[in-house]
Ligand binder design. Sequence first.
Ligand SMILES: O=C(O)CCC(=O)C(=O)O
Length: 263
Amino acid sequence: MKDCLKSLYDAQGFLTAVPIINPKEALAHRSILEAVEAERGPMHYQFKIHTAMNSPFKLATLPQLLDVIEQLIGPNILLYNTTYIIKEAHTESHVSWHQDLTYWGLDSDAQVSVWLALSEASEASGCMHMIPNSHINGQQKHHTTEDANNVLLSGQTVQGVNANESVVVSLTAGQASFHHGWTLHCSKPNVSDDRRIGLNIQYINPVVKQLKQQQDSAILVRGVDDYGHFQTDQPALSNFDKKAWLRQQSLHTKLKRIQGDNQ
Ligand SMILES: O=C(O)CCC(=O)C(=O)O
């Protein structure tokens, strides 16, 4: 099973429908998110949300999830970022064809992104589509586009992608997909009656360096960090701690500058 996951990931650039938690647990985490939203407003695309809320930190450090990450990037694991990506029912919000690593400023692809479904992510609710094997040739040219409904910060888009080659990455609540930073992927609007809620979790191997900014940060969640390239983020201990929220806002702004700056 172990070698099987890694070789499938290496071959196609992603894994899909990996069971991580059961639907009841997914619903419990969704309910926490919705309680926070009721008090603080929308939580879509808030970076490093695990430094403000304990629920995403708990999810990002689940041993069964880290066991898969370990197979993909090795035993030493930094938690770099977590972000809820939410599409409300019957909205135009979408994500254009892109590769994650393009604007992150990292010097290495020793990295993996997880998308953990907290509600059904079906074709109708706007799940991701991925192009198998597209990670093999590294970075492709991205164009900045203006589209208020594109979730991506700069509307970054790879043009000319043959959508006929894509795989629909549908997930039930509690399942996750895993994708490489050069895998081409996109997602379409949510035409279903429910919200589509995913927790995007980015992990890196400590060997990775940030080239765009001196002081980037992460949390060692397994193994050892023999490099010290990243300062240490503080994980949230609860979901409603005011000081933690203030810290998260400043981390959010910093990371938004890094990931939205396409120079
Ligand atoms: O949530 C989506 O629709 C897109 C997510 C995405 O692009 C990612 O997780 O890298």
